[in-house]
Design a protein around this ligand. Sequence first.
Ligand code: BGC
Length: 252
Amino acid sequence: MRREASGQPGSVTTFGIDVGGSGIKGAPVDVTTGELVRERERLPTPQPSTPDAVVAVVAELLREAEPGRVGLTLPSVVVDGTALTAANIDPSWVGTDVRALVQEATGREAVVVNDADAAGLAEVRFGAARDVDGTVLVVTLGTGIGSALFRDGALVPNTELGHLELHGHEAEHRASDAARKRDDLSWEQWAQRLDAYLTHLDLLLRPDLVVLGGGVSKKAEHWLHLLDVRPPLVPAGLKNDAGIVGAALLAG
Ligand code: BGC
């Protein structure tokens, strides 16, 4: 975290990096406004996406960044800087002390968080759930399904609700955006699956608001009106940058 010499007076800039299955995106973020200070840079996720290979890309994204802490997301349960699970990323992440690895590779202190938790935090602070109290659930629909649960703005981390069982399957294998593409579903067919999933989440948590994020939220006009569930639904406000912004917020 540092004062941004060239930014607005009082602004604080922190670097955020979002690690996904196909791309690793990063940018410096003004954590007082949630805005990117410069355009994000995106590099392909190495295959296999092992910790060393991914952290080498992280170091590359940080090469010209100002000194300071970095916020980093992973599609994993993350506790105290260590990844405990690895879905949609190389299995060798399980048990990796990511904080130590980033420190070693970049000399920087890192705050490491689950990707959906980061995106959710950005939505709660600056996006579609800004100033909403009560129970807010952010669901990211991408290769997998991520979840971030908030109560009066406070995050309950690592909820992993994409792995709930639905009709004998993991929900993310049926209702993610990747499942829509894989099974060549129409918007109506996909919405039916999503509706069943969101109904299940409602029975468990009774959220006051559900924010639907991930790349497909940019096309919400095709499918949002097809959903028929009790809680109010809104598409994410920050679109693709939410993970970067949330990571920076947590580190800043
Ligand atoms: C992972 C989560 C992640 C989500 C979205 C799931 O498969 O288990 O940790 O948040 O995908 O990337």
